[in-house]
Ligand binder design. Structure first.
Ligand code: ADP
Length: 415
């Protein structure tokens, strides 16, 4: 499937040229086949996936004058709702989709790596490339690569069955952390802290069918994320290190800057840049780190814009989404410094009451200074429906503002 050389140079097209018929509900697969044969010659940028990350990346690309094509899985995906041109996914759709775009990038890691590798070998431009995607996609592979290159990672092992787990527990004791080797959807949980064999076996049976691994339980002092953007060829820019608060393994709040000393911030930056070079990453690379009493440990990598970087929309001269677009299109990166002393982002999560935050938008917009982002998703308990960012002179001030807006969106009394 070599890229034909008589294609016109990429001219990004306006929405009118991209308008496609709407797929009948539940008929995405057939539709994809029809659409695949009717694709216009070339788009500058294609985004595989159409969740909130694609939605915000799409918005950043539009700002620069591009109209990316999206490979959505469903008509109701967050970005598909907001984009004039969304092709619905089908196992056969990715190759045709990639052929229609000058560059393709990704908002998730649920990908057929073999197919991507073939496309890359055929000369299609995939950014980040399969070397990076493989490391982000498969946590076992990621741990092995990092370990071999001398990066600090938790002790880990593959779990093929209960014996592997119990052997590991015999050496490292309880609690332990069970993890899914492959990432799921943004709303899927991928890690379980288990206190004993009974709990571990329960998680294993609940997650039957998912490949699992186990790792030592670390006493985490802080959870940190370093988001960086890197162009082909290696020029890179780091955003300030941020600190997370989580609830049941799900990010609730992101604070910038992280409350760590200069030394930890510098180490995080140097380690992440080295890692990006090792993987030859292009686009945004988010490096999730644990600060332990023994120093920094790499938890996870995401080769795409990350929840920890959502605050860069208001808190940096160039958002992570825009820098992702710039990087994958090999355009100059924009500055990444913090534009305020404190930036706090709070995720708006669906609660048991299933309140749609859109209903409370007027109240939330009355919280002056808070920036509201809603993803157009149907409310469901535990689902990320949006986020709120506030900037301020200090973390307490920014957090108070963001919390007031979040409470208003969820119909709760302000704190
Ligand atoms: P996910 O794929 O769900 O994001 P993570 O690997 O990021 O999974 O883990 C989710 C959370 O679980 C982490 O943010 C951390 O709070 C906790 N966790 C993960 N690994 C460990 C570990 N080795 N020791 C202690 N806690 C851990």
């Amino acid at each position: 499937m070599a890229r034909s050389c008589d294609r016109r140079p990429a001219q990004d097209r306006g929405p009118s040229a991209l308008a496609l018929p709407v797929a009948p509900k539940g008929r995405g697969a057939e539709y994809a086949q029809v659409v695949a044969s009717e694709l216009p010659a070339l788009y500058k940028l294609g985004i595989v996936g159409a969740g909130q990350v694609a939605r915000m990346t799409h918005q950043a690309a539009v700002k620069l004058g591009f109209t990316p094509r999206l490979l959505a899985e469903d008509l109701h995906d967050s970005a598909a709702l907001a984009a004039p041109d969304a092709v619905f996914s089908h196992p056969d759709a990715l190759a045709a989709f990639a052929e229609s775009c000058e560059v393709i990038t990704f908002e998730h890691e649920r990908l057929d790596l073999g197919l991507l590798q073939r496309l890359e070998d055929d000369g299609l431009v995939i950014r980040p490339g399969t070397r990076t995607i493989r490391a982000a996609f498969d946590k076992m592979h990621q741990r092995r690569v990092l370990l071999n290159r001398g990066f600090p990672v938790p002790v880990f092992s593959e779990v093929r069955g209960p014996d592997d787990l119990l052997d590991f527990a015999g050496i490292y004791g309880w609690p332990l952390v069970l993890k899914s080797v492959r990432s799921g959807t943004p709303d899927d949980r991928g890690a379980w802290v288990v206190e004993n064999a009974q709990e571990a076996l329960r998680v294993m049976s609940e997650q039957a069918g998912r490949q699992l691994m186990v790792e030592e339980y670390l006493a985490i002092v802080k959870e940190l994320v370093l988001v960086l953007a890197r162009r082909p060829g290696g020029s890179a820019r780091c955003y300030p290190l941020v600190e997370l608060s989580l609830d049941e393994g799900v990010i609730r709040e992101i604070r910038c800057p992280a409350a760590v000393g200069h030394q930890v911030a510098t180490q995080a930056r140097e380690l992440s840049l080295r890692l990006a070079d090792e993987l030859d990453s292009v686009g945004i690379l988010a490096v999730e780190l644990f600060l332990t009493t023994e120093g920094l440990v790499v938890n996870e990598l995401a080769a795409r814009p990350h929840n920890a970087g959502h605050g860069t929309i208001e808190g940096a001269p160039t958002s992570q989404f825009e820098n992702h677009v710039r990087a994958v299109l090999d355009l100059p990166l924009g500055p990444t410094w913090a534009t305020a002393p404190a930036i706090v982002t709070i995720n708006v999560m669906g609660g048991l009451e299933n309140i749609d935050p859109m209903v409370n938008l007027p109240e939330a917009l009355s919280v002056e200074g808070a920036q509201i982002h809603l993803y157009g998703k149907q409310p469901r308990p535990g689902r990320k429906l949006g986020h709120v960012t506030a900037v301020g002179d200090d973390i307490a001030q920014a957090r108070a503002l963001a919390r007031r807006a979040e409470s208003a969106l969820l119909g709760r009394r302000a704190w």
